[in-house]
Design a protein around this ligand. Structure first.
Ligand SMILES: Nc1ncnc2c1ncn2[C@@H]1O[C@H](COP(=O)(O)OP(=O)(O)O)[C@@H](O)[C@H]1O
Ligand SMILES: [Mg+2]
Length: 1110
């Protein structure tokens, strides 16, 4: 089923019919056919009402996954296709929610899948019940108890590779919430004969093989075992390995499971030691030894195995050895020891092995129970899972099969009782009329076996307890007499037997017609097995063992507690425990799983009709269906029924508002279902015939098709409409956008056009305005001009008039004045003398002069000789006098100025004057010297101590002392010299030392040459023939050249005896250096020579001085 499909009923996608109740027509053939059809489609589960039929698929199916668990969880039983999980869920939920204790009864033949089914149920319950650390631990322990019990209690048989050789009933206990608390396991009758002997094609219990294959070498060594199966007599070799079964891996699983369940390491070790001991025991062999009394006594052949076994179990070897040779019988306080013959010794050995193993198994169950026991005393809810060995029919059936089949009879009994009771109860609960139905009740067979007075088990016990010789034959005789009349008992020798000539019935056998078929039992071994005798010497030997586990297993070996009473027979014990189990089950709500095996070959896909038919018959499944259908074939609570079929009627579709029951009533009335076809229970509708149900189903199917079409139609419509709406919406959006865009564009166009138009209009308007304004302005200007002209004309006219008037007035006045003057003069002439005119003239002149001088006095310029200002002349006729006065004033002012001078200052000015006469406009250096005062002594010759000596050498007063450069003729470079000038001589001295280098009397000096330029070079030329001339002329340079030369010149001018010293000013002159005459030439300097004056020797006769232009 795909995940999308949602199932609401087991009727959906049904293969065949999911519930046998619905088969139409009902017959064995249709029943088997339905099973086959479902089996072939891997539908292994089918219901009969609430009973689950399970076919063993013999292959793993993907229907036990966690998803499946989820699918079935909390769903109604009929909601989904049949599954064991549905049953488990139903059971668990009614346990949890309705507080009903449950039991799961799993029945079927050996190999039909009971044990697997019980495990599925347990794992489902574990998966859906509560979670949490503690709960998970309990779950884990409960689940892990299975591998342990299976290892010790299961074996490979011809029917089943993992056949349970014991019956198991497990109570799982839950608290009020449904969380698991723990469990109790009960075990029933382990098939212990298997320990010593296995039918052909079968194996001993798994644990032996698992131990030998899976244990480590070390463990095996400790257990004194060999890995080779063939070394052990108890292990059948023909089928020691099972296909698809890894014993070694299973051993690890078992060890792990034991650990989880809570076994201590030493407990595990003890258990394995016991298993090993059983194997060793099987290897003991006996030989006869003749005794003097003529009897044979058995002796152990090879004591090695015995020794090892005793070591393993801590038993004293001699004690055990003796127990295999002698037997002590106690009777009436007397102990009698008899010898054992070889056959008895073997019997004792096997009895010990069987006992050892079966007691070990019971101990294991108890030990597990201890671990998984619920830790609380509060009330518990219980779910019991019964997995008991199935009905067995072998060729050779013995006591074990008898017991097993008895147990199955009891279970069938309980099934019949409970199913019918439950069915009846349901009708009563629902208030429906019920008529009884016939079915085969197997109570009579149970009675044959278990009747206290003349039941087979009672007979067997009686026989066992009877004194005297008791054999299996005497037992059979007894049966032949007691049960001969019973219709299910068949024996060849019974009274008036119908079977006297029945060769299929051997003489040493009896046959019982079980509910599941006839079974032939061979009586051999019945008495022994029922007695289950273990010689007391052996149990005592075991009790003496120095091994904790063995001691517990054989409590009757305790000499202190010798019990002379015979132990309870196996049959009795079993009957009692089955009785308890039945009572227990009757208190619980039963859930049935009826397992069927499809073939005898353990093969998948094979469906053997006859085999299935046989099982169907003896399981009473047909009766089951009939009973179920006797009343009503189908029932369903009102709500789900209404929910399922409400679409069949207009009133109930799609919603029914009232109670569900009324809804169903309306529905059925509307559908015109005949009234006898259904009955209304309190909570359920009961449908009598499957036909009616199928009618409803068919209608529903059709209706669903229509509905599907409708839904499709609506969906398609909806889809198209939504698509259309989407398209429309999109179209509107697109259109809106487009319109907006177009509108925008249009607007932009209009806008730009409007702008253009606007700009044109504005331009036009502006121009118009401008024109108007210009016009206005021109008009205004014109008006102004006109008015100006007009005003001007007006004004001029007026002015002209005024001038005219003024002129006239003036003329009038002049004329008037002249006339008056004339009149006055004529008047005055009468009074003045004839020379009065001259006097007036003089007076006027005087008056003018007076005014002129007074004015001059007021505007006299300053007294500074350089002030050139002079007031303007007021009258032209005073011009000559005015200039003269200016000259006189200046001379007077100068005189005044001069009269203030001291002698010294006067001398200085004279010198300056002289300098001006000498150099003004002749040498470019001159202007810079005008501002400099002529100080004379620049080196402070008198004060400087350095020059004291030099000063003292000079006799006269020093007129000038300065540092000059003496130009070296060889390279034109200057060297500093102190230049002293006195009245008589000039001295050149070293600047640093003050030592005199040359002293020249001024008389020897003929002339001085200087350039016209701004340099300070000057040559002192000596008179030819004078004493000083020998050394040659001096070419010197000084910034204060003007002062030096002026002073030199003035000295010459002042003295009478000397000639005036000539001053040559020229840009080229000759200088006498010793013998040579060198020309000194001044050229204007180029910028590359820098700002300073540079003197360079060009050749022998030429010194070139470049002077930068100022
Ligand atoms: N539901 C199932 N799915 C797959 N295999 C199954 C199933 N039930 C039984 N088997 C197979 O059948 C074998 C016998 O089943 P088991 O439960 O041991 O039988 P029973 O207990 O009735 O004797 C199992 O070992 C297993 O291989
Ligand atoms: Mg089983």
């Amino acid at each position: 089923m795909s995940k999308m499909e949602v199932k609401t009923s087991l009727l959906d996608n049904m293969i065949g019919v999911g519930d046998m109740v619905l088969i139409e027509p009902l017959s064995e053939d249709t029943f088997i056919e339905n099973l086959r059809k479902r089996f072939e489609h891997n539908e292994i589960y089918t219901y009969i009402g609430s009973v689950v039929i399970s076919m063993n698929p013999y292959k793993s199916l993907p229907i036990y996954t966690a998803e499946k668990v989820e699918e079935y969880r909390n769903r109604n039983f009929y909601e989904l296709s049949p599954h064991i999980y549905a049953l488990a869920d139903e059971a668990y939920r009614s346990l949890r929610d309705q507080d009903k204790d449950q039991c799961i009864l799993i029945t079927g033949e050996s190999g039909a899948g009971k044990t697997e089914a019980s495990k599925f149920v347990m794992s489902y319950v574990a998966a859906v019940c509560g979670k949490g650390q503690e709960v998970n631990k309990v779950k884990e322990q409960l689940l892990q108890s299975n591998p342990v019990l299976e290892a010790f209690g299961n074996a490979k048989t011809v029917r089943n590779d993992n056949s349970s050789r014991f019956g198991k009933y497990m109570d799982i206990e839950f608290d009020f919430k449904g969380d698991p608390l723990g469990g109790v396991i009960s075990n029933y009758l382990l098939e212990k004969s298997r320990v010593v002997k296995q039918p052909r094609g079968e194996r001993n219990f798994h644990i032996f093989y698992q131990l030998l294959s899976g244990a480590s070498d070390d463990t095996l060594k400790k257990l004194k075992l060999d890995r080779d199966f063939s070394k052990y007599n108890y292990l059948s070799l023909d089928s020691a390995t099972v296909n698809g079964l890894d014993d070694a891996a299973c051993f690890r699983t078992v060890r792990n499971a034991m650990q989880i369940v809570g076994f201590m390491e030493d407990e595990v070790q003890s258990v394995l030691e016991l298993v090993a001991a059983v194997l060793k025991l099987g290897n003991l062999e006996f030989k006869p030894e003749s005794r003097c009394n003529g009897f044979d006594e058995s002796r152990i052949k090879d004591k090695n195995d015995l020794k090892e076994m005793c070591e393993l179990l801590g038993i004293e070897q001699s004690v055990l050895e003796r127990a295999f040779s002698f037997r002590t019988v106690e009777a009436k306080m007397e102990k009698v020891s008899t010898t054992l013959n070889v056959a008895q010794a073997y019997y004792a050995r096997d009895a010990l092995a069987k006992n050892l193993y079966s007691r070990l198994f019971s101990w294991l169950v108890n030990r597990i129970n201890e671990s998984i026991k619920a830790q609380t005393k509060s009330r518990k809810k219980v779910m019991g899972v019964l997995d008991i060995y199935g009905f067995e029919i072998f060729e050779d059936n013995s006591f074990e099969q008898f017991i097993i089949n008895y147990c199955n009879e009891k279970l069938q009994q309980i099934f019949i009782e409970l199913t019918l009771r439950e069915e009846q109860e349901e009708y009563i609960r629902e208030g429906i009329e019920w008529t009884n139905i016939e079915y085969f009740n197997n109570a009579i067979i149970c009675d044959l076996i278990e009747n206290n007075k003349n039941g087979i088990l009672a007979m067997l016990d009686e026989e066992c307890l009877r004194p005297g010789t008791v054999t299996d034959e005497t037992f059979l005789d007894k049966l032949n007499t007691v049960c001969a009349e019973h219709q299910h008992f068949e024996s060849r020798q019974s009274k008036n037997s119908k079977f006297l000539t029945d060769h299929s019935l051997p003489h040493n056998c009896f046959r019982i017609q079980h509910y599941a078929g006839k079974v032939l039992y061979r009586v051999e071994g019945f008495v022994d097995k029922n007695n289950d005798l273990l010689y007391r010497d052996l149990s005592q030997a075991m009790y003496k063992a120095n091994h904790s586990l063995i001691k517990i297993l054989f409590p009757e070996g305790n000499p202190a507690k010798v019990n002379l009473k015979r132990p309870l027979t196996a049959g009795f014990q079993f009957r009692a425990s089955v009785g308890t189990l039945m009572k227990n089950l009757l208190t619980k709500n039963p859930n049935y799983i009826r397992c069927i095996k499809p073939n005898d070959k353990k093969a998948a896909h094979i469906f053997t009709d006859s085999l299935v038919c046989h099982q169907v018959r003896y399981l009473g499944l047909m009766e089951n269906v009939r009973v179920r259908r006797a009343g009503y074939a189908f029932r369903q609570a009102y709500e789900p029924c209404l929910e399922r079929y409400k679409m069949l009627c207009k009133q109930t579709w799609p919603h029914w508002k009232g109670p569900a029951r009324e809804g169903v009533e309306v529905l059925l009335k509307n559908l015109q279902v005949p009234a006898e076809e259904f009955a209304y229970g309190r909570s359920k509708i009961f449908i009598r015939n499957p036909r009616t149900l199928f009618f409803l189903e068919e209608k529903r199917r059709q209706c669903l098709e229509d509905l599907a079409t409708l839904i499709q139609k609506i969906y398609r419509g909806w889809k198209c409409r939504t698509h259309f709406l989407l398209l429309k919406k999109s179209q509107v959006v697109v259109a809106a956008w487009y319109r907006r865009f177009a509108q925008q564009k249009k607007y932009q166009n209009i806008r730009s056009s409007a702008l253009v138009v606007q700009s044109y209009i504005r331009g036009w308007k502006a121009r118009k305005l401008l024109r108007e304004l210009k016009h206005k302005k021109r008009c205004e200007e014109a008006v102004t001009t006109i008015s100006a002209y007009w005003h001007g004309t007006q004004a001029r006219r007026e002015l002209k008039l005024l001038k005219e008037e003024a002129r006239r007035k003036h003329a009038v006045a002049v004329i008037w004045a002249y006339w008056l003057g004339l009149k006055v003069r004529r008047e005055y002439r009468k009074f003045f003398r004839a020379n009065a005119g001259k006097k007036i003239y003089d007076f006027t002149i005087q008056r003018i002069m007076q005014k002129y001088f007074m004015g001059l006095k007021k505007t006299m310029p300053s007294m500074s000789p350089v002030d050139k200002s002079w007031p303007a002349r007021p009258y032209g006729f005073l011009d000559g006098m005015h200039q003269e006065l200016r000259r006189i004033f200046h001379l007077w002012r100068c005189k005044k100025y001069r009269s203030q001078f001291t002698e010294e200052k006067k001398a200085t000015y004279e010198e300056k004057l002289a300098a001006s006469e000498l150099f003004k406009d002749k040498k470019a250096l001159y202007p810079s010297s005008v501002g400099q005062p002529f100080k004379g002594d620049y080196v402070e010759i008198t004060k400087n101590p350095k020059y004291q000596k030099l000063n003292s050498l000079v006799e006269d007063k020093v007129l000038l002392a300065d540092v000059v450069s003496k130009i070296n003729r060889a390279n034109g470079k200057g060297a500093p010299r102190i230049f002293l000038l006195t009245k008589k001589s000039l001295v050149l001295a070293d600047q640093k030392t003050g030592q005199v280098k040359a002293s020249v009397p001024l008389l020897d000096l003929s002339s001085v040459s200087v350039s016209t330029q701004s340099d300070g070079f000057f040559a002192l030329k000596l008179k030819e023939g004078s004493t000083s001339a020998a050394k040659g002329d001096f070419l010197l340079s000084s910034d204060r050249l003007i002062e030096i030369i002026t002073k030199l010149h003035r000295i010459g001018a002042a003295s009478a005896e000397r000639n005036q010293i000539n001053i040559d000013i020229s840009d080229e002159f000759l200088v006498q250096f010793k013998q040579d005459k060198v020309c000194v030439k001044f050229i204007p300097g180029t910028p590359k020579n820098g700002n300073g004056v540079a003197c360079k020797r060009k050749n022998n006769r030429l010194l070139e001085v470049s002077v930068p232009s100022p």
